[in-house]
Design a protein around this ligand. Structure first.
Ligand code: NAD
Length: 240
């Protein structure tokens, strides 16, 4: 029970990485608040659950302040496809609002109580598609996840002596409902799946549970000497 006695707040906990993180936090003894814009997806979680759209600043900050968590896991994110030539202002705003601004708003709401207690761990979900590597046709997504790494480092440095830590996780390709939707959207699921698998030198896609295991480590006191880092979990993709 590596998170016994701690409270955790998880966004986008309905499916994929967010759900696996909420499950793993609960399994390690944390009292979890699990939220998602789609409330139906939260069924079956061992957590306090309610619907929350992270782009609703007032609702997000009220929820985070109310939970006053020891651990904040910012998981909500959306993938836009395309090159720089495809980015519209609308898509840019949508990507940055969901992938970056919402994480910042949640951190702003969680930090004061963490600082008062002198302890806290913030875990942001970024991606290897960021400053770490450029995935083809992921320009807007990659630039938004690059901003998550920058946000993570700044929060870590500004509060480095306070007992509050901030790290981000940079997954490679991970099995999730939206990943399958992206494969279907190519029109040739099987070929696209082969290409996604080939990106990982390990020859497979990662599981949400593998990402959640890293999140548990970063949330727990085991990682007390780690802050401001982009933790890569990608089957060796970024090493090639
Ligand atoms: P997913 O994309 O399948 O599910 C995303 C969840 O987010 C859904 O439950 C959805 O209802 C919720 N959501 C969407 N908009 C929301 C909003 N406005 N407010 C609250 N919740 C909202 O899950 P995933 O693929 O595991 O992605 C989770 C995170 O991991 C994202 O930040 C994503 O960018 C990141 N990531 C995923 C992969 C991957 O290959 N799957 C790789 C790297 C990073």
């Amino acid at each position: 029970m590596r998170l016994r006695g701690k409270t955790a707040f998880v966004t986008a906990a309905g499916q994929g990485i967010g759900r696996a993180i909420a499950e793993a936090f609960a399994a390690e003894g944390a009292a979890v608040t699990a939220t998602d814009v789609n409330a139906d997806l939260l069924d079956g979680l061992e957590a306090t659950t309610y619907p929350l759209d992270v782009t609703d600043r007032a609702a997000l900050q009220a929820a985070v302040r109310g939970a006053s968590p020891d651990i904040l896991a910012n998981c909500a994110g959306i993938v836009h496809g395309g090159t720089v030539l495809d980015i519209t202002d609308e898509a840019f705003d949508a990507a940055l609002n969901l992938n970056v601004r919402a994480q910042m708003h949640a951190i702003q709401a969680a930090l004061p109580a963490m600082l008062e207690r002198g302890t806290g761990s913030i875990v942001n979900i970024a991606s290897v598609a960021s400053t770490i590597l450029a995935a083809p046709n992921r320009c807007l997504y990659g630039l938004s996840k690059s901003a998550v790494i920058g946000l993570t480092k700044s929060v870590a440095v500004d509060f480095v002596t306070t007992g509050v830590r901030c790290n981000c996780i940079c997954p490679g390709t991970v099995d999730s409902p939206s990943m399958h939707a992206r494969l279907r959207a190519t029109g040739d699921y099987d070929t696209a799946l082969k290409a996604f698998i080939a990106r990982q030198p390990m020859g497979r896609i990662g599981t949400p549970q593998e990402v959640a295991a890293l999140a548990v480590y970063l949330a727990s006191d085991e990682s007390a000497f780690t802050t401001g880092q982009a933790h890569i979990i990608d089957g060796g993709w970024a090493a090639t």
